[in-house]
Design a protein around this ligand. Sequence first.
Ligand code: UDP
Ligand code: MG
Length: 240
Amino acid sequence: MWRRVSSLTQFVSPTKSSSILNQPAYTLKIWESFTTQLPNLEKGGISFKDRIPFITFVLGGPGSGKGTQCEKIVETFGFKHLSAGDLLRQEIASESEYGSMILNTIKDGRIVPSEVTIKLIQKEMESSDNKKFLIDGFPRCEENRVAFEQIIGAEPNIVLFFDCPAEEMVKRVLNRNQGRVDDNMDTIKKRLEVFEELNLPVVNYYAEKGKLHKICALGTEDEIFEQVWPVFAACKQLIQ
Ligand code: UDP
Ligand code: MG
């Protein structure tokens, strides 16, 4: 059934721009400005009000179908869907302090500083009555992953990875017509570079930990969900 691992080579330029891929230094200042506002930082975790959370990270390149499959998982298994990209876009729309920085970062196909994204995810997790979370499009780099563990004080129970050939992802993104500032060929190329260089190491990390469930993201929505369903069905005890 398994076809092949995404081949990004034709979309990723041989000389990678360090300004795109060199992210961590950029996060330090933001971290300082957020430390006083992160309520549970000292405790190293957030309160789930006596609930044991079940956390799923949903990873995959741009256009690999993460959001579409998340909707199906929500319908079937009752998860709370937190799309990191959507939370960031809402933040831009609300014209918050960090809105223009987030907009410029997304336009460039780079990764928003961990603390900003995690703060938005944390707010949603804390205010939800649900204990089952689908965190879609995050973590996008090792630094995101480590920061999440430190700030939220939890690791994902499982990680889904939607594996899709680059040419298919490009086709889907260019055809989806959602009016997104980053759905153009220039930004897609950068997003694919960032995906390969920074996101795939996170995928590999969870594969080594035995938490990764690789899904072949080619086919109809229902065909893909046929691979997703058994992953959650096998966790029935924890998610009912
Ligand atoms: N993004 C980010 N951190 C995240 C999630 C998203 O910085 O945790 C930014 C990043 O610039 C990315 C963009 O938001 O390219 C869009 O992300 P989304 O997951 O919505 O789209 P995808 O690239 O998966 O189609
Ligand atoms: Mg999405």
